[in-house]
Write a protein of this length. Structure first.
Length: 138
């Protein structure tokens, strides 16, 4: 079974939407692990039917090496992002994981990625789902 970590912080709104969409698409054929930088983010993702949830730096670092896919906003890969909630250890764990990492180019960190068109969140979620479908069928 494909194990997907959804990482988010602050209020967990983006993570909540990701978990919801993944659950709609894949039902119970994937395991979704909600990893929040804080308890509010984890709780929001758990309400969308993630299988498991954990909070904080150690949970994100430990689980990043034990999943097949990591997804969330771009900010999860930027040290000190989300008003400092993303620690350097968290960001390092995300970018150094052997998991396929699919990041949504949404952030409030004034970081822009050239060549990426601004798309509404629902369109980005469909791209995440399509990329995970490719992995699931490999």
């Amino acid at each position: 079974m494909l194990r997907i970590a959804v990482i988010d912080g602050q209020g967990g709104g983006i993570g909540n939407l990701i978990v919801k969409r993944l659950r709609e698409e894949f039902k119970d054929s994937v395991e979704i692990i909600a990893l929040g930088t804080n308890a509010a983010a984890t709780t929001a993702m758990m309400k969308s039917r993630a299988n498991k949830g954990a909070t904080g730096e150690n949970a994100i670092v430990w689980n990043s090496g034990r999943v097949d896919v990591i997804t969330g906003p771009l900010s999860i890969a930027l040290p000190d992002a989300m008003l400092g909630e993303v620690t350097p250890k968290m960001a390092s764990a995300v970018v150094s994981s052997k998991a396929r990492t699919i990041l949504l180019p949404l952030n409030q960190e004034e970081v822009e990625i050239a060549g990426v068109n601004k798309e509404p969140l629902p369109h980005l979620l469909e791209d995440v789902v399509a990329r995970i479908k490719e992995i699931k069928h490999v």
